[in-house]
Design a protein around this ligand. Sequence first.
Ligand SMILES: [Zn+2]
Ligand SMILES: [Zn+2]
Length: 61
Amino acid sequence: MHCSACDGERAFEQPPCPDGHGADCPERVCVDCGSAVLVGEPPSASHSPASGRTTAQRTSA
Ligand SMILES: [Zn+2]
Ligand SMILES: [Zn+2]
């Protein structure tokens, strides 16, 4: 994986996550310089906007 701090290909490892993400934690640290990067999507996706939700019209009584 490319490390922007090292400006080259480096190995990255998953650090212990203090936020309880576990295996889903997107954080990786460069084993060479220790620079932290995020990979993939953040696990804290509360809403999935493009889920094809239809706007149901309901009459409020
Ligand atoms: Zn995390
Ligand atoms: Zn690095």
